[in-house]
Design a protein around this ligand. Structure first.
Ligand code: 0X9
Ligand code: ZN
Length: 301
């Protein structure tokens, strides 16, 4: 069974997602949007009452294997929208939601079973000793630019070309199949940031003030729960340039005007080991931000 107070295995996540699809067929549709390098299904959960036209929000998690809190929070969001429907009816029914709780299943499994600090996917590379591509450097916007590496042994190895990886292609193809995506959230850890484009370099999008303002309102909603504060700003300004990220691509190529990377809080010895007791708190406060973003998108449409 699924847990909301502990980290789940890839198998548990898959079974929960499939259960939601079976149980709520009038508003939940689970599709396999691709397969990982090792052949695991990448599942997208579409929550869209009667599957009619609505503004779209895409939320993914688990691009980076070791950032376990991200899929955990994605599952909490899923539960709120689907199983806590009575309380969240208006929100659930006014948006075409897509939650992709585990974009990099191979890496996640590897980080659970073999190397806790694994970040990349598990693709073979030109170096047999160094597998793995950093999926968040593999998108096609300034591919191979600042903050990326051509060395497969590096944590930020960009891959052999844009979208060389089945995991990034799965997100690309799904996002391009939708024409209504207003907002994209990609969940990472750690650092407590709301980051907006561009991440490839110093420039800002024309509408950055709108992205900044909305993120600040969302952050305020988040902080109202337990007083936790996230920093808001452009990726490059707060973390330094890193090209080929999903956030930049979703904004530039998939119509997601509001595109954010959320860096959830860290914990434990190496930062990625947030104790499971924290999962409900981190989830509850982030959910408050997601609600605000959802209502904003629903009203602007
Ligand atoms: O470097 C990353 O991919 C993200 N940070 S993490 O510690 N989770 O690895 C930040 C990505 C910000 N967005 C872009 N640089 N496009
Ligand atoms: Zn990350």
């Amino acid at each position: 069974p699924i847990s909301f107070t502990n980290y789940n295995t890839e198998k548990q996540i898959g079974e929960y997602v499939d259960y939601l699809g079976r149980t709520y067929p009038d508003r939940v549709k689970v599709t396999t949007i691709g397969h990982s390098v090792e052949g695991r299904p990448i599942r997208a959960v579409n929550i869209n009452k009667n599957f009619t036209a609505k503004p779209g929000i895409i939320i993914d998690a688990g691009i980076h294997a070791r950032e376990w809190i991200a899929p955990a929070v994605a599952l909490h969001i899923l539960r709120e929208l689907v199983e806590n429907y009575d309380e969240n009816k208006v929100l659930a029914d006014s948006i075409d939601w897509t939650i992709i709780p585990l974009l990099n299943p191979d890496g996640y499994v590897y980080s659970m079973n073999v190397d806790r600090m694994w970040r990349k996917n598990r693709a073979n590379t030109t170096d047999p000793l160094c597998p793995g591509v950093d999926l968040n450097r593999n998108f096609d916007l300034f591919f191979g630019g600042a903050g990326t590496s051509l060395d497969p042994c590096d944590e930020t190895f960009t891959g052999s070309g844009p979208f060389s990886e089945p995991e990034t292609r799965a997100l690309r193809d799904y996002a391009l199949s939708k024409s209504n995506t207003q907002l994209y959230l990609t969940l990472h850890s750690y650092g407590k940031y709301f980051l907006y484009p561009w991440g490839f370099g110093d420039s800002l999008p024309r509408d950055w003030k709108e992205l900044d303002r909305l993120a600040r309102v969302a952050e305020k909603a988040l902080s109202s729960v337990y007083g936790t504060h996230y920093q808001v700003g452009s990726s490059t300004r707060l973390l330094g340039a890193a090209a080929g990220g999903s956030d930049d691509w979703m904004k530039a190529r998939a119509g997601a005007k509001y595109s954010y990377t959320v860096e959830l809080p860290g914990g434990g010895e190496k930062g990625f080991d947030l104790p499971p007791e924290s999962i409900p708190y981190v989830s509850r406060e982030l959910w408050e931000a997601v609600k605000l973003l959802g209502f904003f998108v629903a009203e602007e449409w």
